[in-house]
Design a protein around this ligand. Structure first.
Ligand code: GCO
Length: 466
């Protein structure tokens, strides 16, 4: 079993994490600029002010992508770079940057996959109420229109929102990410509802105005519950957890995929959230639930579940010493099988893995290279399980490694390196890691270079032991 013939291999980044502000070119501030300036919010007081300086170095970075053999590149547009106040006046230098980037990608035969929003919300709009404002879905649709008008003669692949669970959950409920709010559940769910409406309006806008026939999706995320064995009762237990809404958190799939893909908030979620659910109309639900061409999934980790004798779901604790990444995420390759399986069987959409990867302890060795065998092992195991999802019948269209470059890892600053390419943040020197060469071969062979049989077991409790 191998990957489909037209499988697309790419890498992903996001604007705030790599571009740098490049002062003088007219961009407005985002909530992340403001959040980073607050003492104690970001590790080391760091920020995306310089990041990978990709705004100035994009041409060399596209050359790196070409050297890697990438077929597609997922990037995000910084809303406040295009519209410094979030709406109204357009910053032509900002739009021109994405013009140049898209042209460079196409010249390198790399397909651009454009994400409209990857968390850098315009500060000016936040000060007007942000996602709590009833006009916020329209603000996003208007911004979408500007980008579509300018780039859709060359860009065909669109992702509306990246990980709403994070920018609402971490950004507006727990306050760990920008804008750092700690809203009560009802306000959090109101913001989430506006985000869902924004997604729906953006899809409509793309479809109404794109010059090339658009391919549209979005990219929610989540830890994947994994069946401890392949026994149907354990698979059922994991599936149940995958679609479960916990009463106090928006960290789930069902509350987001329900309206956007299935046309309704999930019954169990409505019960769990109870009186905190915002008022909504059928017309709003129809706006949210737009036909999509693919479901993007950002998948990094998972945990095992099983059905107990009494019929309840049990979380299976990891074996002591279980393998983990530098930022302490549990290595769980089977997440790349069961995530696509569970999402596809209910949503019916083709799946694209829009992010997957790991932070490792990467540094330049005495021999001048960056050796990252753990990342190679991680990618090989996860991709082996993605191949299994394909064998299970999931139409998986492509895979984007997170990330092309080491970059600004949000509240963690620069301490966790996710790149296939090492970045020396003092000099901005780029150095492809061993994994970059490994990934290049994987792309070249359409995955045939991956080890066989699948390195991770088909059952999933035995994720990976150290
Ligand atoms: C996310 C974001 C990325 C992160 C990556 C690693 O998934 O949280 O989309 O911006 O950098 O996931 O944490």
């Amino acid at each position: 079993m191998t990957f489909p013939a037209k499988f697309l291999w790419g890498a992903a980044t996001s604007a705030y994490q790599i571009e740098g502000r490049a002062p003088g070119d007219g961009l407005g501030s985002s909530v992340w600029d403001e959040f980073c300036a607050r003492p104690g919010r970001v590790q080391g007081g760091e920020s995306g002010a310089v990041a990978c300086d990709h705004y100035r170095r994009f041409a060399a970075d596209v050359q790196l992508m070409r050297d890697l053999g990438l077929q597609a590149y997922r990037f995000s547009v910084a809303w406040p770079r295009v519209l410094p106040a979030g709406r109204g006046a357009v910053n032509s230098a900002g739009l021109a940057f994405y013009d140049r980037l898209v042209d460079a990608l196409l010249a390198a035969r790399i397909e651009p996959w454009l994400t409209l929003f990857h968390w850098d919300y315009p500060l000016a709009l936040y000060r007007e109420g942000g996602w709590l404002h009833p006009d916020s879905p329209r603000w996003f649709a208007d911004y979408t229109r500007v980008v579509v008008d300018r780039l859709s003669d060359r860009v065909r692949h669109w992702i509306t929102l990246n990980e709403p669970q994070c920018f609402i959950g971490l950004g507006h409920q727990t306050g760990l990410h920008a804008p750092g709010d700690k809203l009560p559940l009802d306000r959090t769910l109101l913001a989430a509802h506006h985000v869902l409406l924004a997604h729906g309006l953006a899809v409509q806008t793309i479809r109404a105005h794109a010059k090339l026939p658009p391919v549209v999706g979005w990219s929610p995320t989540g830890e994947v519950p994994l069946p401890a064995t392949e026994a149907p009762e354990d698979v059922g237990a994991a599936r149940e957890v995958y679609w479960h809404v916990a009463p106090d958190s928006v960290w789930n799939m069902a509350w987001w995929l329900g309206p956007a893909v299935l046309g309704a908030y999930p019954e169990q979620g409505l019960r769990a959230y109870g009186a905190a659910v915002p008022r909504f109309t059928d017309a709003e639900m129809r706006t949210i639930s737009q036909p999509l061409d693919f479901l993007g999934l950002n998948i990094y980790h998972g945990y095992a579940c099983r059905r107990s004798g009494a019929g309840a779901v049990e979380i299976v604790p990891p074996t002591p010493g279980h393998a983990q990444t530098h930022n302490h995420w549990r290595v769980a390759p089977a997440a790349l099988r069961w995530g696509p399986v569970f999402a596809h069987e209910r949503c019916g959409l083709p799946v694209v893995i829009t992010e997957n990867g790991m932070a490792a302890h990467d540094s330049v060795s005495l021999d001048g290279a960056v050796h990252d065998p753990q990342r190679i092992d991680f990618l090989a195991r996860y991709l082996g399980q993605l191949r299994q999802a394909v064998a299970d019948g999931v139409p998986v269209l492509g895979y984007f490694a997170w990330s092309l470059l080491d970059n600004f890892e949000w509240a963690e600053g620069y301490r966790f390196r996710f790149g296939l390419v090492h970045v020396d943040f003092a000099t901005q020197r780029r150095l492809p890691k061993d994994s970059a060469r490994w990934y290049r071969e994987c792309i070249r062979s359409n995955g045939a270079s991956l080890p066989l049989p699948d390195p991770a077991p088909a059952g999933s409790a035995d994720l990976v032991r150290s």
